[in-house]
Design a protein around this ligand. Structure first.
Ligand code: SF4
Length: 436
């Protein structure tokens, strides 16, 4: 498979659109200075103007989150909107350390203590966009909890494991997890733009691989898939595959699509939630060439469903890509019926079908995120029957040591008698249904 530029970039931004910045090159991962304008003069246009301009001009343009204007003025003065909405700018200006973070948020004592002492830290990485969604006045802000570490992360329970799903045992070649005969997990990158504090693959999500080495590794993975004819379904994940360059995404998907027995390709990503500007016209045109292609997006809180995220999802859905969501049940973030219902309803409005609700895996230092299983069942009971079935995900525990996903269902059947099954409906009313 050649490594030429295969990007089909026929859909250009409309003339004068300030919202549209596309990319061909892999993103520079050098950390920029805060407020960095890349050493060139930028003409600053008020964000209100841009929002208004976008509303008028182009349906795919990103409308900016209401807090964005103030956030950019306060912390990235002089940054032009076309920089802010450029995914590479967002990557280059990620917040990666205590000093930077302390500038944006008044850190709580629990957050500060995490950075003190001689601990081995998990990486910190937050895009400026995602950080701007946090209400700095609220220490309990749910988005803050998902990405800002606290001292609680240093508490590791005996039943937690660095590889809680036993993935490494089922890895015949680096990057492939082959547990079930008909499908594989293809881990294409270690990199994520924003690091979730509860990440199951904390052991892997650290840094970006050298691109040449990555392509050699990917080729070995593709060769493995090609040799195993029973594999009909490839889940491309990581890290976040959509943080790769357009060329890399194209290279990977064309390699997989060339394998006759690969029926479907799925991509797992959090990009629409944390880096929505990555969903460009160019990327969309690449993705749509490889149908049947499915994308599952990691959304955890209704606060992530901003105008920018909605635009990203709409673009993917308009490219004919069926979208599903994956949500991790997190204490203090989304572990109540009202929040979960709002999230599921919001997802359906942007054409994302709620797919899985995961019990938080037994990752070291995540005990403060885990709810009792009974809480998850209570939330499922609060969804089923109370809202459309389309809005109800499947609650699963990904069983430790490679046990696979176990669906968790509230108990509806009360008894079985000669009259049939006795069960309670969503309102608690007892009903009897005959045996057949
Ligand atoms: S997006 Fe997924 S892989 Fe990346 S840090 Fe979050 S949970 Fe981990």
């Amino acid at each position: 498979m050649g490594d030429q530029n295969l990007t089909n970039d026929t859909e250009k931004p409309p003339s004068g659109s300030l919202a549209w910045v596309d990319s061909e090159e892999p993103p520079s991962l050098k950390t920029g200075t805060l407020g960095n304008t890349g050493g060139r003069a930028v003409s600053f246009l008020p964000f209100e103007f841009i929002i208004e301009n976008r509303k008028k001009s182009f349906h795919r343009a990103f409308s900016l989150h209401p807090g964005t204007d103030k956030f950019v003025r306060d912390f990235f003065p002089g940054t032009a909107p076309e920089e802010w909405t450029n995914w590479k700018w967002q990557l280059a200006n990620r917040i990666k350390g205590y000093t930077e973070l302390d500038r944006f948020l008044k850190l709580t004592e629990a957050e500060r203590r995490y950075f003190k002492g001689d601990l081995e830290y998990q990486p910190l990485s937050i895009t400026p966009y995602y950080l701007s969604l946090i209400n700095p006045a609220l220490p309990e802000d749910p988005i803050r909890k998902m990405v800002v570490p606290t001292i609680d992360e240093t508490v590791v329970a005996g039943n937690e494991s660095i590889d809680p799903l036993g993935e490494d045992e089922d890895s015949p070649v680096p990057g492939i997890i082959h547990r079930y005969a008909d499908r594989v997990l293809f881990l294409v990158t270690n990199f994520c733009s924003t690091f979730c504090r509860y990440c199951t693959r904390t052991r892997l999500v650290v840094c970006r691989e050298d691109s040449l080495k990555a392509r050699e590794r990917w080729q070995r993975c593709i060769d493995y898939i090609a040799r195993h004819r029973k594999i009909r379904d490839v889940l491309v994940s990581g890290g976040d595959p959509l943080t790769l360059s357009d060329n890399a995404v194209n290279w990977l998907l064309s390699g997989l699509r060339a394998i006759p027995h690969v029926e479907i390709i799925r991509i797992g990503t959090k990009v629409p939630a944390v880096l929505p500007f990555r969903i460009t016209a160019s990327l969309k045109n690449i993705l749509r060439k490889y149908h049947p292609l499915y994308i599952n997006i990691h959304f955890s809180h209704p606060g992530e469903l901003t105008g920018e995220a909605k635009t990203a999802c709409t673009m993917l859905a308009d490219a004919g890509i069926p979208l599903g969501s994956q949500t991790v049940l997190l204490a203090g973030v989304n572990d109540d019926v009202a929040t979960m219902t709002a999230l599921m309803h919001g997802l359906l409005q942007v054409r994302v079908k709620p797919y899985y609700l995961y019990q938080c895996d037994l990752v070291p230092g995540t005990g403060h995120f885990r709810t009792p299983v009974s809480r998850g069942l209570e939330i499922m009971r609060g969804l089923r029957g109370h809202t459309s079935g389309l809005a109800v995900p499947t609650y699963v525990i990904d069983a430790p040591h490679g046990g696979g996903k176990i669906p968790m269902l509230p108990e509806y059947v009360c008894a079985e008698t000669e009259n049939g099954y006795h069960f309670r409906n969503y309102m608690g009313r007892e009903i009897v249904y005959p045996h057949k």
